[in-house]
Ligand binder design. Structure first.
Ligand code: FAD
Length: 246
């Protein structure tokens, strides 16, 4: 059985697009039906491979947006000059097929038994695997307390906004809007810095567990800032999406 599971993770499988949902003008969630999907944990990712008519192939990594037990879903931000994300966010339709490989990763994973308190920090689409963790927590009925510090360019760019506004008990969402703020905005309006982390993060004495995800520069700033606040480096888990971001 173990051999079957390993083969499942490493083998490209055909996935059929179920639904596509616009989260923001730039971001779309795509649900995928994979016949032999082995299941996944919150925080893992998949590789997606596209093949053009002339045989040219491109593959990219995407975090899994859905909780364990939910159908596989990814949430993709369109980079206008990108190769793959414009296709996924603009061209893909329900019923289309693509290839998927996964689930991948065992380090940037949270399960209710890992406990907390949890400090989640997201830059832009870095919120995707953290959303899977929040949904996992909710489904498990976990009472682990969570603070999500979420940096977006503007209010319309906030991904999963309606879901995050539902204010689940024990979960605090703290937004910072780096480029544009709505009239009357009283929240943070700058990039995450040391002062903000000191105000938002759990105290190191509470032995928190942190997950930081987003563009590389965001992840490095936040992870270093948390360690400077006394967080144990081994309890600050990071996932870098690459150089792009807000
Ligand atoms: C583990 C992991 C999880 C991820 N999860 C997500 C997710 O949940 N959602 C999400 O939206 N993204 C996620 N990403 C990022 C994703 O994999 C892609 O990198 C992203 O979608 C951009 O792909 P693209 O093909 O559209 O852009 P690319 O064509 O790869 O281009 C990306 C950027 O690099 C620039 N660029 C490309 N080639 C060059 C070059 N030769 N010289 C200079 N600049 C260049 C482009 O102008 C563009 O701005 C994740 C990445 C990783 C590693």
């Amino acid at each position: 059985m173990a051999g079957t599971a390993v083969r499942g993770r490493l083998t490209w499988q055909t996935a059929t697009v179920g639904s596509v949902v616009d989260e923001t003008p730039q971001v779309r969630t795509i649900s995928l039906s994979v016949p032999d999907w082995p299941g996944h944990r919150a925080g893992q990712h998949v590789d997606i491979r596209l093949t053009a008519d002339d045989g040219y192939q491109a593959e990219r990594a995407y975090s899994i947006a859905s909780a364990p037990g939910e159908p596989l879903a990814i949430t993709v931000e369109r980079l206008d000059d990108g190769e793959v994300s414009p296709y996924l966010t603009e061209e893909l339709r329900p019923g289309d097929v693509l290839e998927v490989r996964g689930p991948i990763g065992g380090y940037f994973v949270w399960e209710p038994a890992d406990g907390g308190p949890l400090l989640l920090a997201a830059g832009g689409s870095g919120v995707v695997p953290l959303r899977a963790m929040l949904r996992c927590r909710m489904q498990a009925g976990s009472s682990v307390v969570v603070r999500l510090l979420y940096s977006s360019r503007s209010w319309p760019d906030v991904i999963y906004r309606a879901e995050l506004e539902q204010r689940a008990p024990g979960v605090a969402v703290i937004h910072t809007l780096t480029r544009e703020q709505p009239a009357g905005w009283t929240g943070y309006a700058r990039r995450v810095d040391q002062q903000m982390l000191a105000e938002v993060a759990w105290s190191a004495a509470q032995a928190p567990l942190a997950y930081v995800c987003g563009p590389t520069s965001f992840v490095e700033t936040v992870a270093a800032g948390l360690v400077a606040l006394g967080y144990s480096p081994g309890r600050v888990k990071t996932e870098r999406f690459g150089a792009t971001g807000s």
